[in-house]
Design a protein around this ligand. Structure first.
Ligand code: FES
Length: 179
């Protein structure tokens, strides 16, 4: 995933700070990765490389550790985070079709974030609302009985929210220029 403006500096400063305040033994790798993720929202490749150098292990080892545990995310969270439940009850009534519908509309695969960082898509296990299967969690809101048509509706609402955000940002900039 391409870094956005100013992100490289932010990543390097974050890792430096965390490495500076931690012991840098190999067994400290997991807590270091957790702290970096808590601060950045994910584990960028650049952060893993810098951590590897700091701890004195190959970057491939850090990457292998981060991919082994599913508490770590390797892609930045999107502005809108969609989690599709593929627990048994949801899967039985088409959770996989719901997931494919989101993948097609967002033009990404599960586990990925769109290049503009507006959307990230994940699969999750049972979220405890099986009677509403198939279930999707959109920005912490639970949506039930999500058919492909409902996916269209959700995507429209998210796109509308993105346009509103852009309009507000633009008018905020214009107000700043007028001052
Ligand atoms: S299996 Fe999806 S909510 Fe339980």
């Amino acid at each position: 995933m391409q870094l956005i403006e100013g992100e490289k500096e932010k990543i390097l400063a974050c890792v430096e700070e965390i490495l500076g305040s931690n012991s840098k033994k190999q067994e400290d790798l997991i807590p270091i990765l957790q702290k970096v993720q808590a601060k950045l929202g994910y584990l960028p490749g650049l952060a893993m490389e810098k951590i590897a150098r700091g701890v004195g292990v190959p970057a491939a080892d850090v990457y292998a550790l981060a991919t082994f545990y599913n508490q770590f995310r390797l892609n930045p969270p999107g502005k809108h985070q969609v989690k599709v439940c593929l627990g048994t009850a949801c899967y039985m009534v088409g959770g996989d079709i719901t997931l494919e519908s989101f993948e097609r509309r967002m033009e990404i695969k599960e586990g990925e974030t769109s290049p503009d960082r507006l959307y990230s898509l994940e699969r999750v296990a049972c979220v405890g609302c099986c009677t509403m299967a198939p279930v999707v969690v959109v920005d912490d809101e639970v949506e039930g009985k999500v058919t492909p048509t409902r996916v269209d509706g959700i995507m429209l609402a998210l796109q509308e929210d993105n346009s509103k955000g852009r309009r507000e940002e633009k008018s905020g900039q214009e107000a700043g220029e007028v001052k």
